[in-house]
Write a protein that binds this ligand. Sequence first.
Ligand code: TRP
Length: 337
Amino acid sequence: MEEVQRKQTLFSAVQPSGAVTIGNYIGAIRNFAALQDAYNCHYAVADLHAITVKQEPAALRRNTLELIALFIACGIDPEKCVLFVQSHVPAHCELAWVLNTITYPGELSRMTQFKDKSAKHADNVNMGLMDYPVLMVADILLYQAALVPIGADQKQHLELTRDLAIRFNNRYGSTFTVPDGYFPKGSSARIMSLADPLKKMSKSDENPNGFITMGDDRESILRKCKRAVTDSEAEVRYDPQTKPGVSNLLTIYCAFTGKSTAEAERDFAGKGYGDFKLAVGETVADALAPVQAEKARLLADKAYLNAVMKRGEEAAARIARKTLSKVYRKVGFYTGE
Ligand code: TRP
């Protein structure tokens, strides 16, 4: 008898809040494309999440389009995945509201990310910032996702997703798939700041030499690598404890060449830091060039990108609507039946 193997459903999202660093690329976006054949993938541009911190409206609009283009330039095939913009599918907000009624304020106020962001944006601690994880829970549960590729900073949010899915299922009967985190091979490489290799690489670093973005030109990439903080030895060796700067550059080099650290160390045996940094910079610039060219080509064809978003919206809305209808029935909303 023929067995129909159904692919597992996977959901992830990225916020359109400005520049995307090579850390985001290596840790998340690049893997999205690698998963699209094995899983039933849903990828969203999380604009509803982005406005929990202040955004310049014109920039948010532009960043949304750019992120869709970047996703496709990084290999995400809109024919294989459901690729869409979160705000285009109203069910995300609608489910979040229902989930709010089974969430306790304490669960949200003790979230590490809420505390960090509240401290960082002390002039704009709003309810959306606190409710952010519930919206994320809605994102995931709407699609009945079994797997959610996330970074370490999102683990608490995934725990809440599981808790709320179980809580809802217990209270109203089986409704949601309880998802697991998904950590693909290679995505665990933590890319650190070039200026301070003990800190994670972040686009909000006040020192622009600390991070490389997906849009940086060759010259900037070479300059940033050249200025990267290393140590006073002269040996290219992987040892994050005593040589965090050199180790971070090696991690970046390996992420873009697919080499092991041992192979990379061999490449630079007997070479000085100058040659090493130049080689890392060239490797990164060479790897980003085709992605940048493809992204530029896509951005010049806004009609195509709009059509992709429209199709994604329709496909996402269909699935989301089905889950939401079930939820509305379960909680007792009158449906006329
Ligand atoms: N909060 C995530 C981040 O900043 C983005 C996100 C929104 C997300 N909704 C999601 C990630 C659902 C995974 C699943 O990285």
